[in-house]
Design a protein around this ligand. Structure first.
Ligand code: SF4
Ligand code: SF4
Length: 172
C-alpha cells in the first residue's frame, strides 16, 4: 500500500512493498542519495544545524564541493548475509533518522514496484513536482554561492545558517 503525506518540500511517500524489498535487504538504502545544498538547507531550517555539524565531525556525512555524501560502511545486511555497503543510517528495521534529517529524495522516492497501486498517478505527480522544485532551488543557491563565495563555501555553522535561511526564503 502506498502512503502519501503531502507537506510541500517535507512530503513523505512510503510503500509497504519496501519492508520486503525485492532488490536488497536494505532496499534502495544501499545507495543513499547525496545531500544537495537544498537538502542541507531544509535540514537546517528544521533545526538540524548542530546535528549536521556532529555528523560531519563523525564522518558519517562527508563534505564535497557543494554537497554532503552519506558514508556507506560494509556490514551484513541480513542475518548471516555477506558484508555489503549501505547507508550508515540504515538499521535492522529501516532508517534510523527522522524524516527531518534525511535528503528529500529519501522522503519522496519510491521505485515503480513500490508505487504501483491505488495512488500511483498522484504519487508520480507529487514526485515529479518535488524533483523540479529541489532542482530549481539548488540552481538558485549555487548561483548565489558563485556570487558570494567564488572560492567555494566551508561547511561551518555560519554557512549552514545561511543555507537554512536560503531554503526558507525559496520554499516559502
Ligand atoms: S522503493 Fe523500491 S527499491 Fe527502494 S526499498 Fe522500496 S521496493 Fe526497494
Ligand atoms: S538516510 Fe535513511 S532513508 Fe535515506 S538512504 Fe539512509 S537509511 Fe535510507
Amino acid at each position: 500500500m502506498l502512503r502519501l503525506a503531502v507537506k510541500g518540500p517535507h512530503t513523505v511517500l512510503s510503500s509497504s512493498v519496501c519492508a520486503a524489498c525485492p532488490y536488497s535487504p536494505a532496499g534502495c538504502c544501499v545507495a543513499p542519495p547525496r545531500l544537495d545544498l537544498s537538502d542541507v538547507g531544509r535540514i537546517v531550517a528544521l533545526g538540524g544545524r548542530d546535528w549536521l555539524l556532529e555528523e560531519i565531525a563523525a564522518k558519517r556525512l562527508v563534505v564535497g564541493a557543494r554537497w554532503l555524501s552519506i558514508s556507506r560502511p560494509k556490514r551484513p545486511l541480513a542475518v548471516n548475509g555477506p558484508r555489503e555497503a549501505a547507508c550508515v543510517y540504515h538499521g535492522p528495521t529501516g532508517c534510523t533518522i527522522s524524516h527531518d534529517r534525511r535528503a528529500a529524495t529519501c522522503n519522496y522516492y519510491v521505485c515503480d514496484a513500490a508505487r504501483a497501486g491505488e495512488h500511483e498517478a498522484r504519487a508520480r505527480e507529487v514526485h515529479e513536482r518535488l524533483i523540479a522544485s529541489f532542482v530549481a532551488w539548488d540552481k538558485t543557491i549555487n548561483a548565489r554561492i558563485d556570487a558570494t563565495w567564488p572560492e567555494g563555501p566551508t561547511f561551518d555553522a555560519a554557512f549552514l545558517d545561511w543555507l537554512g535561511a536560503m531554503f526558507t526564503e525559496l520554499s516559502s
